[in-house]
Design a protein around this ligand. Structure first.
Ligand SMILES: *Cc1c(COP(=O)(O)O)cnc(C)c1O
Length: 387
């Protein structure tokens, strides 16, 4: 027996390599946009969460620079000690106004917002019903809460109802948890049905709008707005790091909920506040959402263009209802080979594979800043993989 207690790490890494699960970082050396330089190669970028093209926008950059000059780089403390600035409150008011909720609370990331919200509103005597495809941060928030977690089949409200019928009355509180746009599949949760079921079983509902904020709804408020559910009582979580082009996360909801989280959410209380620069950039982005609906319109135009081109080129892809599109492939090595082929043609559309998802695929995400010619090149690449 080896007396080095760390040798297992090399063995585990070999297993990861053998399964084609190994990942490593690549260096992006340009501003974010529809064309980027990645590891020295110019590529058309179909792998970004920057749906509206705001992460490289001069207005966000200048907002971050001015706030940094005025208030410094670091927030220097948690919000309850020395980390709070008026900028944080302005951002929270802007988010609450976008979502039409009574209040909002900004966290240092979307991941931390989910950990904090879930672990604060339920505990060991409670039940969480969680969609099987939920994001890692929702799953880990559920574990952290020590509630009993029951997964229901992806987007299957009948399965959810059965599980509520079987389990709900054994517990004190119950929280139904779901992504609104599923990050790896791009499909939408059946929000109105989930709200009905939650109400019927005296359960709270938490919805993660990470990929929907800025993208869905007439005002870009997300799937809650898209489904006409604005004003219903629920817990909305999201990120400032996708369509809003900055860094950070938020919870939006009732005044009481937000006040409670300020007093109970460990991932808000015991961490350093969002930097002035990130806060100011996110605030600028929320303002642009309201001023420039044409960005959202262009994004959706691109979704339609891609649909039409795939159809006319007979590329077999299941219908899609968001700017996230998946091209399913039979296994991890096939998906990796396909991504490599696309990359040779100057297209960045990565393979997503286990353990992130159950089935391997090429995942494409569209942005408002894509040109039609770039989408045409993507379709040519997908046609080639298919042949
Ligand atoms: C990206 C993402 C998060 C995490 O947000 P960050 O701000 O990047 O930490 C949470 N939930 C979902 C569904 C996401 O896609």
């Amino acid at each position: 027996m080896s007396n080095n207690p760390y040798t297992w790490i090399d063995r585990s890494l070999s297993t990861i390599h053998r399964a084609s699960w190994y990942r490593s970082v690549q260096t992006l050396s340009t501003r974010p946009g529809s064309i980027i330089t990645l590891d020295g190669e110019p590529l058309i970028n179909f792998a970004s969460n920057d749906y509206l093209g705001l992460a490289g926008d001069d207005r966000l950059i200048n907002a971050a620079i001015s706030a940094t000059k005025e208030f410094g780089t670091g927030a220097t403390g948690s919000r309850l000690l020395t980390g709070h600035r008026e900028l944080h409150r302005r951002l929270e008011r802007a988010i609450a106004s976008l979502k039409q909720t009574e209040d909002a609370l900004v966290f240092s990331s979307g991941y931390l917002a989910n950990l904090g919200a879930i672990s604060s509103v339920v505990g060991p005597r409670d039940l969480i019903l969680s969609d099987q495809y939920n994001h890692s941060s929702l799953k880990n928030g559920a574990i952290l809460s020590q509630a009993t977690v029951v997964e229901y089949d992806h987007n299957q409200t009948e399965d959810l109802q059965q599980k509520l019928e079987g389990e709900r009355e054994k517990f004190r509180r119950c929280l139904v948890v779901t992504d609104s746009v599923f990050s790896m599949d791009g499909d939408l949760c059946p929000l109105p049905e989930l709200l009905d079921l939650a109400a019927k079983f005296n359960s709270m509902l938490l919805i993660d709008e990470a990929h929907a904020t800025g993208v869905f709804g007439n005002n870009g408020a997300g799937c809650v707005e898209h489904f006409g559910c604005t004003g219903k009582e629920l817990i909305q979580v999201g990120t400032l790091s996708k369509a809003l082009g900055s860094l950070g996360g938020y919870v939006a909801g009732s005044k009481a909920l937000i006040d409670f989280l300020r007093n109970r959410a460990p991932s808000w209380i015991y961490t350093t506040a969002l930097t002035p620069g990130d806060t100011a950039a996110a605030l600028a982005a929320v303002e642009i959402l309201g001023q420039e609906p044409e960005r959202r319109a262009k994004l959706w135009q691109n979704v339609i263009s891609l649909k039409n081109l795939l159809k006319s080129n007979l590329v077999p892809i299941a219908d899609f209802e968001s700017p996230i599109i998946c091209f399913q492939l039979k296994d991890a090595s096939t998906a990796l080979a396909a991504a490599k082929r696309l990359r040779k043609q100057g297209i960045l559309a990565p393979a997503i594979r286990p353990p992130t998802v159950n089935t391997s695929r090429i995942r494409i995400s569209l942005m408002a800043t894509h040109e039609l010619s770039q989408i045409e090149k993507l379709v040519e690449g997908l046609v080639a993989i298919n042949n």
